[in-house]
Design a protein around this ligand. Structure first.
Ligand SMILES: Cc1cc2nc3c(=O)[nH]c(=O)nc-3n(C[C@H](O)[C@H](O)[C@H](O)COP(=O)(O)OP(=O)(O)OC[C@H]3O[C@@H](n4cnc5c(N)ncnc54)[C@H](O)[C@@H]3O)c2cc1C
Length: 236
């Protein structure tokens, strides 16, 4: 967007979005960054674990990108995100170059997956984009088994270890047939009635949902959401 359309987008965003500032920054790996954001508006917000926060990574455009707060401190007006900076989309670029003190325009938190409803043991299936959700889940329950698919399984395992997610975790290589992620998920299904939380690649979320129909130990409830899809930008 250029010229008048871009200026209109900036004006509209100024009216609709809150301004936050980067107050925490740590690189977990070349592709993962953990960012603390502070905003006056965050003090008045009610956070539900699993909710989403949207940010506008580029001026001159109304296009938003969606991330998952890991935690929320309303008293301090602070939240934290963990972003996987794959590719060169606007958000990947923003998180790739983010610096301490940098302003950002945000909207939320808004409703997405409500992890408070995840009763019983949880089977968590996801990918690199689901790491923040796995951290948010820990604020609700410690009774979770995790299966991640990843482009770089060793790299993701290291990131998860830095975040303290080391128990009951399988990280498998992403593959077109999804056989391993489906098999590991099926094997990790609990005996007791459990909740399946599945996010990440739209094609995997779909495949897991479909596969559960044939599982002996079926989930009591499924909380699923596509976080991104091949060839599609800014899924929400
Ligand atoms: C509710 C919700 C919560 C989310 N929470 C998080 C989170 O906490 N952390 C996080 O890292 N992401 C999260 N995501 C995913 C994130 O919003 C997308 O990855 C987003 O598309 C990234 O924006 P971009 O500008 O970098 O790329 P885009 O401009 O949106 O896309 C550019 C290209 O990159 C591809 N692409 C996008 N994401 C990925 C990916 N993860 N892996 C491989 N290819 C990809 C697209 O298919 C497209 O071809 C969440 C999404 C949703 C809907």
């Amino acid at each position: 967007m250029t010229g008048i359309a871009g200026r209109l987008a900036d004006l509209a965003s100024g009216a609709m979005l809150d301004t936050a500032r980067v107050t925490g920054l740590s690189r977990l790996s070349p592709e993962f960054v953990r960012v603390g954001l502070s905003a006056e508006a965050f003090r008045k917000a009610t956070w539900v674990p699993g909710a989403k926060l949207q940010l506008r990574p580029r001026r001159g455009s109304m296009s938003l990108r969606t991330y998952t707060p890991v935690s929320w401190d309303a008293a301090e007006g602070v939240t934290e995100l963990i972003a996987y900076t794959h590719g060169d989309g606007p958000a990947a670029q923003w998180f790739g170059q983010v610096a301490h003190g940098q302003p950002s325009e945000v909207m939320g938190p808004r409703r997405s997956i409500d992890l408070r409803e995840a009763t019983g043991p949880v089977l968590f299936v996801g990918d690199e984009s689901s790491v923040a959700l796995a951290c948010a889940l820990r604020t609700v329950t410690g009774d979770a088994s995790h299966v991640f698919e990843a482009r770089d399984p060793a790299g993701l395992t290291d990131v998860l270890a830095q975040l303290g997610i080391t128990e009951r975790v399988a990280v498998v290589a992403k593959a077109a047939d999804r056989a391993e992620v489906l098999g590991r998920a099926r094997d990790a299904a609990a005996e007791a009635p459990y909740t399946l939380v599945v996010t990440g690649d739209a094609a995997t979320v779909h495949a897991v949902r479909r596969d559960t129909r044939g599982w002996q130990r079926k989930p009591r409830q499924v909380k699923g959401k596509a976080y991104w899809a091949e060839g599609r930008a800014g899924l929400d």
